[in-house]
Write a protein that binds this ligand. Structure first.
Ligand code: NAD
Length: 353
């Protein structure tokens, strides 16, 4: 029987293709703006300067200090730079860290955002912002956070290092995985998730051996769009909560943490919602979704253990305490013992049963 659902509608304009970076000035103009502050990390400052050059008189300046987990002190400096430059919109060029900075400025100033993602992390289509202050990451959702325009240019991903290719893609796959069992899922997010999982499953093994393969890069970026869109319109559960606890409280790298946790969080919830995770079993070809994702991650060369990120076995107790501190909706009951075992499995890199 067809399930009842609510489809909230999609609000972000998307431009996808090769060479689409050239369309960014027109997209800024289309929004009715004339002074864009271009954002990037220090590592992508040159690309941001070129973007500002291409924007010409529509550029208000460059702020290239974006950092992982969106530290609030960086945002405060960026908001000051936005106001000092009399900017009226944002162009965020980079991975999830740069997108996060753009969202943090937008929700404080009301500025429109044009986002140009260069990893597969999948923040660009969501209304979600995680910010860190004093070692704690606080995540919230609000319509003012969601970007107005996303310009996907496959050419910008041709040089994405293989490691970040795989880990940021697994970060995106985690969005689709949680979307499959989200209570507010709908036929659009379900279809996009299934399609994105298949596209990643086909593209990532190709990119492992041939990172500049243009067709596989296009397929992977398309998959990232699908995963990001799915997450943008459904609620998150255990996987994202745990990744945020570990990332924010232990300063772990975001994409790697997601990649390592994914098979284990999937296996934990598969006990309760095996039927809803069937698309993962179908796509990654295993008897269990957790085991299928574990084998896939191993095959594409992703990091497999929390130990290799420098987490000590003693940290696992504190992480388990933090992860169960505030209750939240999840398909399977969250217990301290269950989460402690999940973390142990992720620390050891054990293949889920
Ligand atoms: P990142 O943005 O931190 O990028 C990692 C490094 O790679 C940076 O130095 C960056 O400049 C560089 N880089 C990016 N693209 C590159 C490219 N094409 N070639 C070479 N170098 C490149 O990493 P990420 O994994 O994309 O993003 C992680 C952040 O995104 C975290 O802060 C996380 O919380 C956030 N995130 C948020 C959401 C959301 O919906 N709110 C979703 C996913 C991720």
């Amino acid at each position: 029987m067809t399930r009842a659902f609510v489809f909230p509608g999609l609000t972000t304009r998307v431009v996808f293709g090769h060479g689409t970076l050239a369309q960014v000035p027109d997209e800024v103009a289309r929004l009715g703006h004339g002074r864009a502050l271009v954002l990037a990390t220090p590592q992508q400052a040159d690309q941001a300067a070129q973007m500002a050059g291409a924007l010409g008189t529509r550029a208000a300046g460059v702020f290239a200090e974006a950092a992982m987990h969106t530290p609030v002190d960086v945002t405060e400096r960026a908001v000051a730079a936005f106001r000092d430059a009399s900017a009226d919109c944002l162009v965020s060029l980079g991975g999830g860290s740069t997108t996060g900075l753009g969202k943090a400025i937008a929700t404080r100033t009301g500025a429109d955002q044009v986002v140009i993602p260069t990893t597969y992390a999948g923040s660009e289509m969501t209304d979600i912002l995680g910010e860190t202050a004093e070692g704690e990451k606080v995540t919230r959702r609000d319509p003012s956070i969601r970007p107005e325009v996303v310009v996907y240019d496959v050419d910008l991903t041709l040089g994405l290092p293989v490691g970040l290719t795989m880990t940021s893609a697994l970060n995106a796959i985690a969005h689709a995985m949680e979307g499959l069992y989200a209570p507010d899922r709908n036929p659009v997010t379900e279809a996009l998730s299934r399609d994105a999982l298949s596209a990643f499953a086909a593209a990532l093994p190709v990119l492992r051996d041939d990172p500049t393969n243009r067709a596989a890069r296009a397929q992977a970026l398309y998959a990232a769009w699908g995963c990001s869109t799915a997450l943008g319109y459904v609620s998150m559960a255990l996987h994202h909560k745990l990744a945020h606890v570990l990332g924010g409280s232990f300063g772990l790298p975001h994409a790697e943490t997601h990649a390592i946790l994914l098979p284990h969080t999937t296996a934990y919830n598969e006990v309760a919602v095996a039927d809803l995770l069937a698309p993962i079993r179908d796509t990654f070809g295993a008897n269990s979704a957790g085991a299928g994702l574990w084998q896939f991650a191993k095959d594409i060369g992703a990091p497999m253990t929390l130990a290799e990120l420098g987490v000590s076995e003693a940290d696992l107790d504190r992480a388990a305490d933090l992860a169960v501190k505030n209750p939240y909706d999840n398909p399977r009951e969250i217990t301290r013992a269950g989460i402690r075992q999940l973390l142990q499995d992720a620390w050891d890199g054990r293949k889920p049963a």
